[in-house]
Design a protein around this ligand. Structure first.
Ligand SMILES: [Zn+2]
Length: 66
């Protein structure tokens, strides 16, 4: 239940320059966020529990959700 807000986020790998459009969904409860990473990127959890979208090849964070 709850209202999920979907946002398109442009992500760009600072290392190799690859770009993509990720979809971030948030709203359920505070701190719960769902992201879907575009091709060539993956979603991971940062040590502070924020969401990161990182480049598959470089493992460099391309976007950090707050
Ligand atoms: Zn990269």
């Amino acid at each position: 239940m709850g209202l999920a807000l979907k946002t398109q986020v442009r992500v760009k790998c600072p290392s190799c320059g690859k770009t993509g459009a990720a979809t971030m969904a948030s709203g359920e409860r505070d701190g719960v966020r769902i992201a879907s990473a575009p091709d060539g990127f993956y979603v991971r959890l940062a040590p502070d529990n924020s969401m990161q979208i990182a480049c598959v090849e470089c493992a460099t964070p391309a976007h950090e959700g707050k």
